[in-house]
Write a protein that binds this ligand. Structure first.
Ligand code: DNO
Length: 349
């Protein structure tokens, strides 16, 4: 496995100089942020990220995300052209050494939380989700703003989009995902990029919008659409783990060879559809982090790993979920889990 760290570019308060000092860190996970979803990325922008990373002793082999334009997801008339742009981005990224691309197929909103500064007993704060609060929010007027959301829509555009997806439903969305995969995966295969879809976060419908990568059944269906290795997963433990119906230790074993990117983070589930984010170790929350890593190592997992959302600790402020300190603690914990598991497994044989 290769340990990586998400970096949001030159405006990220967490600098590459700091990231490189985290033990065992091999590279960054980043993206081109200077063009809207659907457009082709300039080679210059790609090369700039790469050269900044290299200057700091880091690799740039993982992109998160090449975003999928809404029109591809709802199947608009420009979808074929936008899918071609997507393929072109993969060719360009492969040319400059990228080996894994993370993306998602969530309509309109990416990850969703109801609280950005949930106060924890130890004085830290973290992101939290409470379904009741979410249901009381109106997505058209809500002031809540998250780093993963595209905030460029006007109220009317957003209203139109939500209507389209409601009419499309889960089956329609799955069909459009198939169209996308049937075009994109053969290109990924040809240029040597592993595609890694990110599960829906949280893994259930929100605001009446369909969400389709949520559990074992939907992942089985997704993987069988194009049964090539390059059609793979980002295994995000905090996303899938928010639903108690998902047995992550079992799923990690089952999908180990199709998991190209691992987002490891822990959450504490406080009741049905209610949780807050905690430190990475197993004992801090509801997710069996060690069990998941053991399953992956046993299953032959050989992908990229990154610590996911951290709490804000030691007075740090910054991008919610993406401060330095708690993610760095997470990274060393993850490195320890892998070191121990790999060593034990080797001695077993
Ligand atoms: C949240 C992230 C997501 C993820 C996208 C992938 O912190 O895990 O925003 O990057 O869903 O496309």
């Amino acid at each position: 496995m290769k340990l990586t760290f998400r970096w949001y570019g030159e405006n990220d308060p967490v600098s590459l100089e700091k990231i490189r000092q985290i033990p065992k860190m091999s590279g960054i996970v980043s993206a081109v942020y200077d063009v809207p979803p659907g457009q082709v990325w300039s080679e210059e922008s790609i090369l700039k990220i790469k050269s900044l990373a290299i200057k700091n002793g880091l690799e740039f082999e993982v992109v998160e995300s090449v975003p999928v334009a809404e029109e591809i997801k709802y199947g608009g008339e420009n979808a074929p052209m936008l899918i071609e742009n997507y393929c072109e981005n993969l060719r360009r990224l492969a040319k400059h050494g990228v080996k894994c691309v993370c993306y998602n197929f969530m309509p309109v909103f990416d990850w969703l939380r109801s609280e950005l500064e949930h106060q924890n007993e130890d004085g830290s704060n973290s992101l939290a989700y409470n379904e009741e609060t979410v249901l009381s929010l109106d997505p058209l007027t809500s002031e809540l703003s998250l780093p993963g959301w595209d905030e460029s829509y006007t109220k009317n555009e957003l209203e139109g989009l939500i209507k389209k997806y409601k009419a499309l439903g889960k089956e329609g969305l799955f069909k459009n995902l198939s169209v996308f995969l049937n075009k994109v995966i053969p290109v990924a295969h040809e240029v040597g990029i592993n595609m890694a879809i990110h599960p829906d976060d949280p893994p259930w419908d929100i605001f009446g919008l369909p969400r389709i990568i949520t559990d074992e059944e939907s992942i089985d269906r997704f993987l069988s659409i194009v049964p090539l290795k390059e059609n793979g997963l980002t295994f995000c433990t905090g996303s899938l783990g928010a639903s108690k119906n998902n047995d992550l230790v079992k799923m990690a074993k089952k999908y180990a060879d199709r998991i190209h990117f691992l987002h490891l983070r822990n959450i504490k589930i406080t009741s049905d559809r209610e949780f807050y984010e905690v430190g990475h170790p197993t004992d801090c929350g509801s997710i069996d982090m060690l069990g998941i890593v053991m399953s992956l190592v046993e299953g032959g997992f050989d992908g990229y790993v990154r610590p996911d959302h951290g709490r804000m600790i030691w007075g740090e402020t910054g991008r919610y979920g993406y401060g330095l300190y708690d993610r760095a603690l997470g990274a060393t914990y993850i490195a320890g889990l892998f070191e121990a598991t790999e060593r034990l497994l080797k001695n077993d044989k």
